[in-house]
Design a protein around this ligand. Structure first.
Ligand code: PLP
Length: 376
């Protein structure tokens, strides 16, 4: 059998060689960044250089970055900080990640769910009306959705939130490294990032804060990360994150060009009856969410896996058990939810990978249709 093909980058990206090198180098040099001797200073230097590199990925400056354990913690820190800052309610996009939804639900504040249209785009008129009709709010709107790749109108939402004196948190975990991001142009007060989605190691991420955001201490202890997040820094993870961030910026044009390969696959699947979700919305260039009537998501994933192609059914963070995609339900497309799969490429994906995925998917789909015809 040929080499397995990995098309599940939105679950986690293949770790970039640059990141592996950076992690290995950091692990082979001793030093706690808080120590004053030469080894400690070298570790501190590594962390601070990495801070600037991660900041650059989103057009920010180094002091804006707080290193954390991943996207989940970044979303939680943003929301908890907004709550501590005195917002009276939370408004969250209907297709937000569980990290946002569950943190909001646990906040003790009223949570309003901001609806999306059939393509997964948040309704700005609804936001304007809702902001006008109530106290100061923290609004959470993801930049790009993990399942559909749909890119939200964040800058437009930011203008509304700012005018209402609110706090805008943007989960950019999926968008980072896949589209150009500038935190100032977006108008985000806080922005969540995760290393493993850009080809860095798992278990490290960052919250990037704009000038208005006041972050609240999460962990008591040694006062690292300017007192917001105590605990000895994950130096190797942070170094790997930075290396992946630099490589992602460099590779952005190549990743953007992947949309042509993605669209060719979509056309082949559509010709066999599949429906592309979010088709009319701006989307990440390497994400395809597609639903095929009468062809269960888990069966599609299994058939492709048997042929050595790895994709996912719904959000990987919640998969392992088959339940309809909440994101697709929020788009008012519940009838498509149980037959939807997500195919997502990344930095190491080739045109041949997309073509081969289409070949095996079409083959399995034709076999299923044939079997059904024979038993009918
Ligand atoms: N936000 C989004 C949009 C995600 O897709 C994910 C992970 O799938 C997360 C947050 C959580 O990130 P992490 O796995 O680094 O905690």
């Amino acid at each position: 059998m040929s080499q397995p093909i990995y098309l599940d980058y939105n679950a986690t990206a293949r770790v970039r060689p640059e990141a592996i090198d950076a992690v290995a180098r950091a692990l082979t040099s001793v030093g706690n960044p808080s120590s004053v001797h030469a080894a400690g200073r070298a570790a501190r230097n590594l962390v601070e250089t990495a801070r600037a590199d991660v900041a650059a990925l989103v057009g920010a400056r180094a002091p804006a970055v707080t290193f954390l354990s991943g996207g989940t913690e970044a979303d939680a820190l943003a929301i908890d900080s907004g709550v501590a800052d005195g917002v009276a309610r939370l408004i969250i996009g209907a297709t937000e990640h569980e990290a946002v939804r569950e943190t909001a639900a646990a906040s003790g504040l009223p949570v309003e769910v901001w609806p999306v249209d059939a393509d997964g785009l948040a309704d700005l008129e609804w936001l304007a009306a809702t902001l006008a009709d109530g106290p100061r709010a923290l609004v959470a709107l993801m930049l790009a959705n993990n399942e559909t790749g749909v890119i939200q109108p964040v800058a437009e939402a930011a203008a509304l939130v700012r005018a209402a004196g609110g706090w805008l948190h943007v989960d950019a975990v999926q968008a980072a490294g896949k589209i150009d991001i500038d935190i100032d142009a977006l108008g985000a007060d806080t922005l969540a990032l995760s290393a493993h989605k850009v080809g860095g190691p798992q278990g490290v991420g960052a919250l990037v804060a704009g000038p208005r955001a006041r972050l609240t201490r999460q962990l008591h202890g040694g006062g690292q990360e300017r007192g917001v997040r105590s605990g000895t820094e994950n130096v190797a993870g942070i170094a790997g994150f930075a290396a992946a961030a630099r490589a992602s910026s460099r590779d952005l044009p190549a990743l953007t060009a992947q949309s042509a390969w993605r669209d060719e696959l979509a056309e082949r699947m559509q010709a066999a009856g599949a429906i592309v979700l979010g088709a009319a919305a701006p989307r990440l260039p390497q994400t395809l969410c597609v639903s095929t009537p009468d062809y269960a998501s888990d069966l599609q994933v299994m058939n492709l896996d048997l042929a050595g192609v790895m994709i996912s059914a719904g959000a990987a963070c919640t998969s392992g058990k088959v339940k309809p995609s909440r994101v697709i339900e929020a788009m008012g497309q519940a009838d498509l939810a149980l037959t939807a799969v997500r195919i997502s490429g990344g930095w190491a994906t080739t045109e041949q990978d997309w073509i081969h995925c289409g070949d095996v998917w079409l083959e399995a789909h034709a076999r299923l249709a044939d079997r059904r015809r024979r038993v009918a």
